[in-house]
Write a protein of this length. Structure first.
Length: 232
């Protein structure tokens, strides 16, 4: 651990679980990088991702966005392609884009497709799948309403899914955000996770939750307070 990391880490009580308000204020105080760090949430859930009915994958619109510029690619033709361009999509195409990606191009953050394009996009499964870039109806990226999908991603709609250990990783903003804005985004994410709780999940749902800046230490949240908040 470097000197600066040790210095900010000393501000955190490792034996304490913080409220959302305390954590969102503290995560700003424990940022020390010279760039505007992202703030991320890691939530370990009481689910078994090996069971299909307990695999959580969805998306949520953060009320204050992520603070990040998102490059959106849309697979569409005709009127839908024009609608995507009008909504602010960075790249729009069909066969030409598929060939470009097959050639190694991946200069985008989110891919959206109309349902009729999925036969074509399916060729890219081995490339886009491992990078979590494959359009998927579960998170709203396979849709005929490409205008709304593009605008939502540009405004701060994020995707998330459980990894093989049952942990969700998701961005909730930047260090430059006011603490109350971070708290609003974090609350939106946690309430969405609660809504997605599988009926077959037993025991405590929120096992542990922490937030941290890109370079900073993790700050543990009080899961009892979180559970009370999201079930109000």
């Amino acid at each position: 651990m470097g000197k600066k990391y040790k210095e900010v880490r000393s501000k955190i009580d490792r034996d304490k679980s913080y409220s959302l308000t305390e954590a969102c204020e503290l995560v700003k105080q424990t940022s020390f990088a010279k760039f505007d760090e992202s703030i991320d949430c890691a939530a370990r859930l009481g689910v078994n991702p090996r069971h299909a009915d307990q695999m959580i994958r969805s998306s949520v619109s953060l009320p204050n966005g992520t603070g990040k510029s998102v490059r959106v690619l849309v697979f569409a033709k005709g009127d839908r392609a024009n609608q995507a361009r009008d909504a602010g999509a960075d790249f729009v195409g069909a066969e030409d884009i598929v060939e470009k990606i097959q050639g190694g191009w991946l200069d985008f953050d989110v891919a959206i497709a109309t349902p009729d394009m999925m036969g074509l996009v399916g060729r890219l499964g081995r490339v886009l799948g491992p990078r979590n870039l494959m359009p998927n109806p579960k998170v709203g990226t396979v849709t005929m309403d490409v205008s709304t999908a593009v605008r939502e991603r540009k405004a701060g709609r994020i995707e998330f899914r459980t990894d093989k250990t049952g942990i969700i990783h998701a961005p909730i903003g930047k260090v430059s955000f006011e603490a109350d804005k971070l708290e609003e985004n974090l609350t939106a994410l946690l309430r969405t996770l609660q809504r997605l709780k599988p009926a077959t999940a037993k025991g405590k749902y929120f096992k542990s939750i922490s937030i941290s800046s890109t370079m900073g230490p993790g700050i543990r949240l009080d899961t009892n307070e979180v559970q009370a908040l999201v079930t109000e």
